[in-house]
Design a protein around this ligand. Sequence first.
Ligand SMILES: NC(=O)c1ccc[n+]([C@@H]2O[C@H](COP(=O)([O-])OP(=O)(O)OC[C@H]3O[C@@H](n4cnc5c(N)ncnc54)[C@H](OP(=O)(O)O)[C@@H]3O)[C@@H](O)[C@H]2O)c1
Length: 252
Amino acid sequence: MDRDNFYFIIWAWVFLGMAVFVLLQFVTAPYGRHSRKNWGPVIPNRTGWFIMEFPVLLVFVLCYLLGPSNPHPVTWIFFALFTAHYINRSVIYPWRTHTAGKTMPLVVALMAVLFNVVNGFINGYYFSAFSREYTWEWLTDARFIIGAIVFAAGILINWWSDQILIDLRKGGKKGYFIPRGKLFKYVSCPNFFGEILEWTGFAILTWSPAALAFALWTFFNLVPRALDHHRWYRSTFPDYPPQRKAVIPFIL
Ligand SMILES: NC(=O)c1ccc[n+]([C@@H]2O[C@H](COP(=O)([O-])OP(=O)(O)OC[C@H]3O[C@@H](n4cnc5c(N)ncnc54)[C@H](OP(=O)(O)O)[C@@H]3O)[C@@H](O)[C@H]2O)c1
């Protein structure tokens, strides 16, 4: 595929992401606490997470390995970061959540598969097709260094926050509680803030339109979800800390 066609796919994908962002201002994605019965057949949560997240790993790895060029060693670093995230998200994370007995609509899982497959394709193909545009000098470029710091901060915040949420149901507890500690002091959804930072860092450290499209989609998906969670917390817990923002500390 030539560069123009490939870039056209990327920008069309970003445009679709913007439309989804607008739609999500009016429709609450029906999984987790916002699950609803009127979205058709359901599947177990854990299976849903695997179905949603594993394809991105598969598609990314296949597009990278079978893509048009022999990857430069620098892009193997990008490969390692991307795959490490998705091994955690698709295989490890679902087994750590306390989600037994919970379900999600099949249609939500299938929509997420589409999102993940396209992102896996765009990123895997980009790092193969344009791999030779990176050189060893890239590792000392300010963009790589700043991006790596933002990526690492994002992944830490995401993991810490996911861990605090998982621990809320330790000892067989069910239901929802007010999360506290670390960045929960400032926002209702620091796990989403971490995820957004992580992929923004990845976009900076790779300086690629493919990773930028992914970072934007992450923002388009998670900001509306964070706003929905935040409203839900406020209406569910009368003693919810009033100073907390939804997702971006001190701002949103
Ligand atoms: N890149 C992307 O576009 C993207 C999209 C979606 C998710 N993600 C990532 O995937 C991870 C999970 O996403 P999510 O939407 O499921 O996050 P979430 O709504 O915050 O839920 C995370 C887990 O914690 C539980 N939980 C959340 N708040 C709780 C509370 N107050 N009390 C007790 N348990 C609570 C949830 O249980 P329930 O399921 O029962 O609510 C779920 O098992 C996050 O790290 C997120 O960043 C990324």
